[in-house]
Design a protein. Sequence first.
Length: 370
Amino acid sequence: MKNALFQPMQLGNLTLKNRIVMPPMTRSRASQPGNVANDMMAEYYAQRASAGLIIAEGTQISEMGQGYAWTPGIYSQEQILGWKKVTDAVHAKDGTIFAQLWHVGRVTHPENIGGQQPISSSALKAENVKVFIDNGTDAPGFVDVVDVVEPREMTQQDINDVIAEYRQAALNAIEAGFDGIELHAANGYLINQFIDSEANNRTDEYGGSIENRLRFLGEVVEAVNEAIGHERVGVRLAPFTSLNGTVDKTPVETYTAAAALLNKLNVVYMHIAEVDWDNAPETPAEFKTTIREAYQGTIIYAGRYNTGKAAQALTDNLADLVGFGRPFIANPDLPNRIKNDYPLAEHDPNTLFGGTQQGLVDYPEYQEAH
């Protein structure tokens, strides 16, 4: 059954060599100052180029879009050149890589955004949410953890400006050599702060009804579609997570409508982040069926998948591609290990964020280790 994972497929104009996706995972290794992707990151992604599709870690579209210390950006010329090293390295190994465009909205601290007050759909503080700020060293665990602050509600001008930043970031990503982009509309970040009812108390056309709360998502998608072509645009959603304090009262209705909107806008894929903490509830099967009916493009699921569960999702036609997050950290050759039933290495949680090569590029392939 695992053969289902090794079927090639078309994604827009791209041919993917398998159905295994490396999903976006923040690693906080960008060079300072400037939050620039670097040689170390290029090596990390190139080591994992046997994935059918790599979606690179979230990259902020502006200074205001940054939520955590040392995450990369894609708004300066230096950042574009940094990412070019990454895309060149992945393409040299016959890989396919999308950039994930990220604006965190309220999930930040003035320390990370030049002393400014964060912006969001509404002036609602994310409850019990903390972020990392730089503590002046580059050791693993290099950060201080602080509470987020209350954001200010975005004006129409702010909304227009951020849409323009997404558009420019998409163009920058193509200039940097990415094969496409994914809009991060999940996990409690800015677009999600418009979508989910409990994070949005606006009374204008961006708040209230589901249609209104999806308006910002739709306008961003239209802008990036127009800039780089819909066949190079994917969107990540998280219907049932409550990450970063963002919750929706009627997730089935809201996200079925989101799927229908993305179908109308003809994005190349929809990427659904499932809840992935231990003992988390499974995504309802009927929801997955409903989503498949509402959206006719490529569907990616990610969150706690193993080989058997992933192959089943493909066989049942609920997913077209499956993301394996944490397993890709310690197993750069993950597709080969899955194919040959080799054991998987475990990652070291202490080296996930920050620091240097340790815990990023020093995990060996299976043959080398044995």
